[in-house]
Design a protein around this ligand. Sequence first.
Ligand SMILES: [Zn+2]
Length: 184
Amino acid sequence: MQEKDIPKEFFSFETEAPFERCIECNKYLLDEGTEYLIEKAIKNYQGFEARDVVFDFAICMDCMHERSKDISPESAAKITEYFQNNIDLENRLALNEENAESGLDKCMIKGTEVSACSEYQICGYFNGRKMNLQNPPYLISGEVMEELMPLLSDQTIDEMNGFFKKHFSPDPSFFEPTPKLILV
Ligand SMILES: [Zn+2]
């Protein structure tokens, strides 16, 4: 099995180094055999080099499993259906262990190049200090997030807002106009 170090794109914005702890339970993540996920939301400024990290976090598989219970069954079914109907499957299946990172080049659904996305989220799976190449990282454009939001129940949106309020400093602009979707 091929192994790859954690790409810089998935480093913590705060420390500029790999995430060390699960955002929920504080478990240490960098031991081999510890599986976790990193999610990061980024704002691009068209025509500028500047990028803002809106939020980023790492979460262990146990906590991720707990969190997935927060999504109502109706919302989960609608999200699954949306992905099944819209994913560029050919493109996704073309990713393998050698080119896994190219999953970060464009939106998994729309095919929009990362440089053309004003907002996007990236998500990747990791094991200790290595990236999981069997489950390549992916990028979702802001356009997709906007299409997903109306599919979510109020209960699911409340749970997501609760997660943000718990973990991120309350910047009033942060939650406007819609809560940020977390994909885990
Ligand atoms: Zn955890």
